[in-house]
Design a protein around this ligand. Structure first.
Ligand code: ZN
Length: 56
């Protein structure tokens, strides 16, 4: 496991089956936008990161 800057890619699997991936700073707005537009849900940065897994 390497920790070099913010380059680590995270993956979030939504309950609807969609997979979203990106760095921490990328994936938070991606998931927030999807949750809002597809599920009318508001999620916090903490919510996103709690669901995020490192890309295999
Ligand atoms: Zn979804």
């Amino acid at each position: 496991m390497s920790k070099e800057g913010q380059a680590a890619i995270l993956v979030v699997a939504c309950a609807c089956g969609i997979l979203m991936r990106g760095t921490v700073d990328e994936i938070v707005p991606i998931v927030q936008k999807h949750a809002k537009e597809s599920h009318n849900m508001q999620v916090t940065r903490e919510d996103v990161l709690s669901r995020a897994r490192p890309e295999a």
